[in-house]
Structure formats: C-alpha cells, structure tokens
Design a protein around this ligand. Structure first.
Ligand code: ADP
Length: 287
C-alpha cells in the first residue's frame, strides 16, 4: 500500500570528548553501527504500525547493506525494490560530544546511484508514495510526477531541503517539512500557509515539541504534541512521516493522520536511536 522512495544509510556513531579540528586526531569510544537514512527510517516506522510497505532505495554489496536489509526485514518492510549497486552503502559518520551535540558527515554512496528508471514499476499497486531527499533530485521528481499521473497519493518530506521544479511541487498531495525547511522554502518563517502557493494540495509543518501544523486551502489546524521527556530526537521527523503515510494508506483523513503521527513521534523521542525507537500500533494510546 505504501511505497517509500528514499535513502538508506549506516549510521556510524562515535562518542568523543571533543570533535577533531583540521589536522587533528582525537580518540573516541567504540563505534556503534545503527541502521538509518531517511527513506529506511520512514519505511520502518510505517511497517511497525502495520502498514504494507516497500522501500525503493539503493545499497552496496557490503556489510552495511546487510545490516540495513536485516533491519528493514525485521520490521516487515518489503525489500524487493532495494537495489544492490556497485557503490558502497551510504554512511553517516556521526560524532557525539558530551554536550549532546553531534556533527555528521554523510557519504551518500549507493543512494546517489538510485536511478529513476524503475520508479514506474515500483509504484504499481501503491496507494501512498512517500519521497524524501538524500537521493538524486531527478529520481525524486520522476517519482512524484509518475505517482501523481498514476493516481497514487504523493507525500514529499523535503528533508534535507532542496530546490524542486514547480511541476513537481504542483503534483504533490502533501508537502511535509519542519520549521527550518519551511523557512528555507519561503525565505521567511512568517506565514507557513504560503507553502500552499508552491503548488501542493496540502502542507504539514512539524514544530518539534510543539507538534505540527496542518495547512489546507483556507484552513490551518495546529495539532499539539503530548508532553514527554525527550531523550533522543534522532529520526523523529522520519517516524512522523512514516506514521502519516501509514495512517493515510489506512484511509484516515489528513488531520487524523497528523494526530496519529504526532503520537508516534512523541513516543520515538523518549527512546534512543531512530529505527529502534518507533512504536508498534499496540503501543499507541488506545492501540
Ligand atoms: P525534524 O526531526 O525533522 O527536525 P521536528 O523537530 O519538527 O522535525 O520533529 C518532528 C515531530 O516529532 C514533531 O512534529 C513532533 O510530533 C515530534 N517531536 C519532536 N520533538 C518532540 C518533543 N520534544 N516532544 C514531543 N514530540 C516531539
């Protein structure tokens, strides 16, 4: 029902007293390898909630690719559309310092080898398509335009922010961004309702601990997030996106779907990591 078009990365996380400056070597703790990447995270979040989900993405023929496939399959994501390419699996090199700050260097590798050719095939039978960045723009644009023509509901999580064609934005059902991405797109944070002027039928702006804003022509609804003790917000936006897609594929209207996504993302920030932090439907209030 849900096809996710996006990236898969191995997150290599090292804690260190401080991050090295130019020309400097710093010793850190043991490397922790976690499955990540916006596309893989989104697919795992949707599958945990019981949606029938496939990821259209690319990995390398290496150990990191195996870790990603295992994590996707454990969550119940269909991996037939994950291509194994000649380039290495994408890696995010993450340094975490005692102040909780991280710095991240991403090597996209195989993600940049995800070509648009097979998008048509990937979309057959899909109700909802979710696209995120960290993959070639031409693949993002082709996926959305093809999906729209085929009558698939198209969601774009424009993260990290990138300039897309007017045609692609106009083909979108839902544009999903955080506050920074909204401000980047509009050149200011003053009036997020202007996101609709870019062409999508609806827009959702995530507001961190404050929840999310649902924008449709002539209406703006703010959905508050439950108050929780956040320990790790890594992948919160991806979890939100996956939950939104799962709810829409299940027939929910946009506002109810956002309410669900806000619940899911709030649980995810109370647990460490991205993919391991996403709840099942049974863990949700009333679930
Ligand atoms: P991103 O992770 O993409 O930067 P946000 O920071 O807006 O996006 O977070 C995405 C969603 O995660 C929010 O809309 C909210 O539902 C949830 N969330 C994030 N931080 C918190 C928090 N401290 N408490 C509760 N929910 C949160």
């Amino acid at each position: 029902d849900v096809v996710v078009v996006g990236s898969a990365n191995a997150d290599l996380v090292v804690k260190a007293e401080r991050r090295p400056g130019a020309g400097e070597t710093v010793l850190g703790e043991d490397t922790v390898i976690m499955p990540g990447g916006k596309g893989a995270n989104t697919a795992v979040a949707a599958a945990r909630l019981g949606a029938d989900v496939a990821l259209f993405g690319a990995i390398g023929d290496d150990h990191h690719g195996t870790i990603l496939l295992d994590s996707l399959r454990d969550a119940g994501v269909h991996t037939e559309l994950v291509e194994t390419t000649a380039r290495p699996t994408g890696i995010a090199y993450i340094t975490v310092t005692p102040d909780g700050e991280n710095s991240i260097l991403v090597s996209p590798g195989a993600n940049h080898a995800l070509e648009p050719e097979r998008v048509e095939k990937a979309l057959s039978g899909a109700k909802v398509m979710v696209v995120s960045l960290e993959i070639p723009l031409r693949t993002v644009e082709r996926a959305i335009e093809t999906g729209a023509r085929a009558g698939v509901r198209t969601l774009l999580n424009l993260s990290p922010a990138a300039a897309l064609s007017e045609r692609t934005l106009a083909a979108l059902d839902v544009l999903l961004v955080n506050e920074h991405e909204a401000a980047w797109l509009l050149g200011s944070a003053d009036d997020p309702a202007k996101l609709l002027d870019l062409g999508p039928r609806a827009a959702v702006v995530t507001l961190g601990a404050r929840g999310a804003l649902v924008l449709t022509p002539g209406s703006a609804a703010e959905i508050a997030a439950p108050q929780v003790d956040a320990v790790d917000t890594t992948g919160a936006g991806d979890g939100f996106t996956g939950a939104l897609a799962a709810a829409l594929a299940g027939g929910a209207d946009l506002e109810s779907a956002v309410r669900k996504a806000v619940q899911v993302a709030a649980i995810s920030v109370t647990r460490p990591g991205a993919q391991p932090s996403y709840p099942t439907a049974a863990e949700l209030p009333g679930g």
